[in-house]
Design a protein around this ligand. Structure first.
Ligand SMILES: *[C@@H]1O[C@H](CO)[C@@H](O)[C@H](O)[C@H]1NC(C)=O
Ligand SMILES: *[C@@H]1O[C@H](CO)[C@@H](O)[C@H](O)[C@H]1NC(C)=O
Length: 335
């Protein structure tokens, strides 16, 4: 009797401690495998909103065929799948690295699907005697349903870490997201969430069940300039974006410079074994502005979205494939 009482108290204490040390997460959409299940975060990432901005966060993918919280980095990983960094160097869904140079001061569609369209504005320069522009991604225009969100790296002569270089707009209005961490903005009906993942120059954009986009703003450093011979002028540090995309429900018809690599039968034209495989397609993906959804290969048509049935392409690109918690449970950490 007495022992039983002590054991119950112990069990209760253990449950309480577990609750304190790890948050529980759930999914509220009926279609999800995890609908209303209370699932505990892994011990490596006990919180969904850690006080340390560079800590991994606990994350539950409600679209996943398995129901298991995972650890996730919020900062973009330029070596991971879905990355678009540097002079734009992309990593496709297949893990293949490729370069798409486009042209400076032009726009190209990175992703074009039935209900998601993402354009990038390229900035850059062409040193004398070169046959092409050196380019970087300066801005993203993100469209879904009838919404338009943009984020831009603001121009700076000299880079200063203490200054925020991000500028946002939503449905045509400039959007102020206070500096600091945490600092979160959500649209009226939660169609989009933008959160700072450090006090300045890093954010994560979440379109629930559609995509997650991690972004840093970075300059061209003196060192980059020297290594690559960009010949950066003294009055512009070419502040640009490092981006990693994670897509939660692309269709098999997805298009765009990066998007097409998510087609189930995609054959990457990037030549294997080449140090810097460049892919073309400028004419297929060029748009006239950051919010233009028309291009030769573009497929954006939000009014007639085939719901769900074709949304089967899953991406676990930013999952922490180093921890024991992934790899099992049917999630394959592709290398
Ligand atoms: C970034 O991704 C690569 C490739 O998946 C991985 O090897 C590396 O550990 C990742 N880096 C971080 C900081 O997670
Ligand atoms: C930020 O973007 C708005 C348009 O959305 C533009 O009017 C404004 O000049 C931009 N600010 C900077 C500092 O680039």
């Amino acid at each position: 009797m007495k022992t039983g009482g002590i054991i119950s108290v112990l069990v209760l204490v253990i449950v309480l401690v577990a609750g304190v040390n790890g948050e529980f997460v759930t999914c509220t959409n009926r279609g999800s495998k995890c609908f209303l299940k209370q699932l505990k975060c892994p011990s490596q990432c006990p919180s969904t909103s850690p006080s340390n901005p560079s800590a991994k966060v606990c994350y539950l993918n409600c679209n996943s065929p398995v129901c298991s919280p995972e650890c996730k980095n919020r900062k973009p990983n330029c070596s991971g799948r879905g990355a678009a960094c540097l002079d734009p160097r992309f990593i496709g869904a297949d893990g293949i690295v490729f370069y798409f140079h486009g042209r400076s001061n032009e726009h190209f569609s990175l992703v074009s699907d039935h209900n998601l369209h993402i354009n990038a504005r390229f900035i850059g320069l062409r040193p004398e005697g070169r046959t092409r522009d050196f380019t970087w991604i300066q801005a993203l225009g993100i469209m879904f349903d009838n919404h338009k969100f943009s984020l831009e790296a603001t121009k700076a002569a000299k880079w200063d870490d203490e200054v925020d270089h991000l500028n946002f707009s939503y449905n045509g209005n400039e959007l102020a997201i206070p500096e600091g961490y945490p600092s979160i903005w959500k649209s009226a009906n939660n169609e989009i969430k933008v959160e700072r993942i450090s006090s300045k120059n890093s954010i994560m954009v979440t379109l629930p069940e559609i995509a997650e986009i991690s972004v840093n703003v970075v300059p061209i450093t003196k060192q980059d300039d020297k290594i690559h011979n960009y010949n950066i002028p003294s009055d512009n540090c070419f502040a640009h974006l490092e981006v990693q995309f994670r897509f939660l429900g692309l269709s098999s018809n997805v298009e765009g410079v990066l998007g097409r690599t998510y087609q189930p039968d995609f054959q990457n034209p990037a030549k294997p074994g080449v140090a810097m495989p460049v892919v073309g397609g400028e004419n297929k993906y060029r748009t006239t502005s950051i919010f233009d959804t028309k291009c030769e290969s573009c497929v954006f048509s939000p009014a007639q979205v085939p719901r769900k049935e074709d949304s089967l392409v899953m991406d676990y690109g930013t999952m922490d494939c180093t921890s024991r918690s992934s790899g099992g449970n049917g999630i394959v950490c592709r290398k």
